[in-house]
Every structure is written in C-alpha cells, then in structure tokens.
Design a binder for this molecule. Structure first.
Ligand code: URA
Ligand code: URA
Length: 244
C-alpha cells in the first residue's frame, strides 16, 4: 500500500471515529493506531483508555466466528464473515448466507453469487477489489427472511466491519439489507436508484441478484443502479486524486 493510500485510509478512519463519538455521545475517542505518527495529537492520557474495538478484520473474525448470540449459530456449517479487500472503497452487503455459502464459508458463491460476480464485472470491479458481506453471518433455515432479533444480534459485527474497511460507497443488495441498514420499512422500489446517507457514507440500494434470477424484469433497473454507483465511484476517486 502506498503511503498516500495508507494516510487517506487513516484519515477516513479518524473522521469515522469522531463522527461515531459525536453520534454516540461517548466521551472517549478511538483513534486508529499510527495516527500519532502523522499528526500532532494532544498529550496522551497516562491511563490507557479501554477500547473493545477490534484493530483488524482478522481480530474481528476471530472474536465472532464461534458466535451463538442467536440460535442460527447452533445450526450453521460455517460462519460467513465476508470476503474481499480489507481497504475496499466499495462495500456490497447482501442478506444472509444460503446453502452454498454455509457449506463453503464464503459470501455469494452460489447461483446468485455467480450473477453478482457478473454484475460486478459489468461495471469493471473485481471481487478482490471490493468487499462483500452480509447482514447475517449465519444461514437462516430454508433461506427464510432474517428475523429482526437476528438482524439486531448480528448488526454489531457489520458495524465493526464498516468501521475497519471505511468504504466510500456502500451498495445494499435487496430489500432486507437496504431496510436493515437504513432503518426503514420503505419498499425496495422506493429505496433503489439513488443515494442515501449511512452515517456519512453514500449508500445505494438495488435489487438482490436472487430477485433478478426470479424476475428478469429487475435486470434493467439494476443495471441503471450499478452504473450510477460506478459513476459516483469514479467521481469520488477523481475528487480524491485532485485533492492529493
Ligand atoms: N444471498 C445473500 O444475500 N448473500 C449471500 O452471501 C448469498 C446469497
Ligand atoms: N423484492 C425484494 O424483496 N427484494 C428484491 O431485491 C427485489 C424485490
């Protein structure tokens, strides 16, 4: 990673930490490790500030991979944490693992996943370049919709993933992911096709690839959505390059 990319990642982490602090009302700030080497910080506290925030995705994974906070943890074959670039600019969030994902331990590897990979390619992203995760890390029986208490139990893991990855864009795949992230009951038809604000991060909602497999009429609006996502990404990267 270049020094510049490392620094801009650090700055994004810091901005996020400060925003979280403001929103939560906490009076201790989490600052990413290494920041003190590039910025002059106020004098350090002598007492260590306790923080239970994970310092990497690997730590976060290790902390939660045996999770049984909700009953789905007792029935899974694999805890499907997520995959991709730890410093991705774009984060895709699906609903929950299906049978293939549960068997392999990786997100979006079944039929819907293959279509998702093709959609990514069509907008010139590779799976290695982005990060892919789900609202739930464990498979609901028979792929039923996640229950609100399951979403609530799993949400802290995703929130930590977002804090560590620091994406500049999030794309929620399907109604469940869009509604969970935006805390709304609005329909997918009303949520899609535009950007929402997710704690300061631009968030797009589009159809879930499984929905496209069932109903090809969703392909066209999805194509429009992901092209809009790509254009916004290109614009944001250009702005970042101009500023450096
Ligand atoms: N559907 C999802 O929402 N996520 C996966 O990982 C696979 C299928
Ligand atoms: N309806 C849904 O619930 N999800 C989709 O992705 C599309 C239609």
């Amino acid at each position: 990673m270049s020094a510049h990319a490392g620094l801009s990642h650090l700055v994004r982490q810091t901005e996020w930490a400060i925003r979280q602090q403001q929103e939560s009302g906490f009076d201790t700030a989490f600052l990413p490790g290494g920041l003190d080497m590039v910025l002059t910080l106020p004098e350090r506290q002598t007492e260590p500030v306790y923080s239970d925030l994970a310092d990497s995705l690997e730590t976060l994974y290790q902390r939660h991979c045996d999770c049984t906070v909700c009953p789905l943890g007792h029935k899974r074959q694999h805890f499907v944490f997520g995959a991709g670039n730890e410093q991705a600019d774009v984060l895709f969030i699906g609903e929950a693992p299906g049978a293939d994902e549960d068997a392999q331990g990786r997100p979006f590897v079944g039929a819907a996943g293959q279509l998702f990979t093709r959609i990514l390619k069509a907008i010139d992203f590779s799976r290695d370049e982005v990060y892919i995760a789900n609202i739930l890390k464990c498979r609901p029986p028979n792929n039923r919709d996640p229950k609100p208490d399951e979403i609530a139990a799993c949400e802290p893991i995703l929130r930590e993933q977002i804090r560590l990855i620091q994406p500049i864009l999030i794309c929620a795949l399907g109604r469940i992911a869009g509604q969970a992230l935006l805390q709304t009951t609005m329909s997918l038809g009303r949520l899609r096709g535009r950007f929402h604000d997710y704690h300061g991060i631009k968030l797009m909602v589009t159809y879930h690839p499984s929905a496209l497999l069932r109903n090809p009429a969703y392909k066209r609006p999805t194509w429009e959505d992901v092209q809009l996502l790509r254009r916004e990404y290109d614009k944001m990267i250009q702005t970042r390059t101009d500023a450096s």
